[in-house]
Design a protein around this ligand. Sequence first.
Ligand SMILES: [Zn+2]
Length: 82
Amino acid sequence: MRIYLDDNKKELASIICNKCKKEIKVENGIVKEGCFCGDTQFGYFSNKDGMKYFFDLCEECYDKMITEFAVPVETEEVKELL
Ligand SMILES: [Zn+2]
């Protein structure tokens, strides 16, 4: 869950992990620790057509979630680090 300083959602104040409620470190609008940003919109053929879904997970909750996957997540080395 993202909390913004302004109504236009431009200035990020803080992020709360939707699963465990841990506050994810944000300084001057920049996310300073691991965070999974869930942002999806199901399509016409789903039961959720017309809705967007947003959530955030801290790195620990993300790690727990992916251990439950039957097929491991795909990974790829990033050449240019953020
Ligand atoms: Zn968490």
